[in-house]
Design a protein around this ligand. Sequence first.
Ligand SMILES: NC(=O)C1=CN([C@@H]2O[C@H](COP(=O)(O)OP(=O)(O)OC[C@H]3O[C@@H](n4cnc5c(N)ncnc54)[C@H](O)[C@@H]3O)[C@@H](O)[C@H]2O)[C@@H](O)CC1
Ligand SMILES: Nc1ncnc2c1ncn2[C@@H]1O[C@H](COP(=O)(O)OP(=O)(O)O)[C@@H](O)[C@H]1O
Length: 496
Amino acid sequence: MQKLLTSVQMRKADEHAIANLPIASIDLMEKAARSFVQSFLRDEFDASKKIAVFCGNGNNGGDGLAIAHLLCNNGCENVKVYILNFSDKKSKDFLINLQRLDESRCRKTVVNSVAELKNVKADIIIDAILGSGLNKPLEGKYAELAGYINNLNKKVYAVDVPTGFPAEGKIRADYNGVKAYKTICFQRPKINFFFPESAMATETYEVVAIGLDENFIQKQETDFLLTEEADIHHILKPRKLFSHKGTYGHALIVSGNTNTMGAALLASKACLHTGAGLITACIPPSGLIALNTTLPEVMALPREEFTRIENPAKFQAIAIGPGLGISIENERLLERLILSNQPLVIDADALNMLAERPDLIERIPAKSIITPHMKEFDRLFGDHDSWWDRVITAKFQAEKLKIVIVLKNQFTFICLPDGKIYINSTGNPAMAQGGMGDVLTGVIVGFLAQKYSSEDAAILACYLHGKTGDELATERIVVNAALLAEQIAVEIKRLA
Ligand SMILES: NC(=O)C1=CN([C@@H]2O[C@H](COP(=O)(O)OP(=O)(O)OC[C@H]3O[C@@H](n4cnc5c(N)ncnc54)[C@H](O)[C@@H]3O)[C@@H](O)[C@H]2O)[C@@H](O)CC1
Ligand SMILES: Nc1ncnc2c1ncn2[C@@H]1O[C@H](COP(=O)(O)OP(=O)(O)O)[C@@H](O)[C@H]1O
């Protein structure tokens, strides 16, 4: 798992490298510039393109100067540097690189105001104005400059972070910084790149290594962690010799209604392919034929019989919600399960019913996993006007209720009872189709049945669900939920 650091912590990592590795501050900047240029030239190999490099006065500007210098030395014929003389505070390494640039044949001009920028003719812009040193929203000349650059409508590459974009913390809805095509950032992605509002600032990003001490970074205290494939490999347990269906647990999936039986089938199918030993779908009688014909391995428990069944403790794992429908009977059923005090996976309509019963939210059994998307989350815990605030609420509630909250999106935030937030980066827009969440619930309950902890089940399920979608999306424009449910077994096998 990769630790994601704040700007202050990243600065410490820079300082640590300078103090402890045989590398001077200016050489670290040179290394960062070289890594940027390498990545940039992979994308933009036409040496005749006009490149305008905008440089501020801090270290981000220093990077820009070094980048311009390297581009000139690498055969780029039309590089022009705009040095923005907007501040008296110039960093030491900025000044060293300014002198180096002065001694080169790179074209440059010093600009004191945006009005002086009349004839910027560029195919590509490199934004090295402000980086992770941003300490307040843009205003005055800086805001004007960001607007000017955006209005040029050119391809913008941002150095480390687009000017005006906060690396962490709330992103304002009226973001007024640079809108980059791509950000090439150093050593670690910024925490805020995983928040949907970052789409206002950069279409995509790439992380390049600059030689900071990974051991030092991984030792820092942070609540934000990025799941990696190695973690999944480490958590997954292979199936054992002499094992039998009892070894892999019995999952109960309370789901489906007359018009939404598909959700029950998808969740059950996903659970089946995740490897639970036995699966029972608690469905309405109207769904029996569909279940028996499409998923013969799955047992049925007609819903009205539910109250007559044995203790829910018979099941190793229980999920409730996919396609369930909202009714008094279903609310009673949910209440019964919650009061049984057994960890649950709670999704979809079960979450919507919970939103109307704050008394039950307080009683969600510890170690349960709830899987809201943004709207379901806000119905449960109140409206939020930014994703940062929403994630902070999720973290708070996960700690308070001692549950796992899987807040679903392009990048899903998995908030654990210990306050840690695992960010899942697998998954893609080909998966944006109904039923995908039902499959995720089936995968989670499938892992729970196999005795993975709630934390591990949520982390594994999100990663494998997205990864399976990524593999399938290499060959198709859309990945439907049933296909993904079936393919998940292949991905688990590959990573186990
Ligand atoms: N050794 C290092 O520290 C390294 C730093 N690197 C680069 O350094 C950058 C960070 O550099 P700095 O810490 O110098 O910071 P910046 O270059 O991002 O900003 C510097 C100045 O901008 C001012 N400022 C902040 N917000 C402002 C606002 N809204 N309006 C006007 N002025 C504002 C600050 O007071 C500061 O004086 C990184 O993003 C990265 O590009 C890289 O070169 C890697 C090595
Ligand atoms: N653009 C996307 N990128 C990554 N994952 C996605 C994307 N769109 C949807 N997903 C995933 O699909 C699932 C959708 O869940 P949900 O909205 O509950 O769907 P449904 O209610 O239709 O079953 C989530 O796990 C989400 O992360």
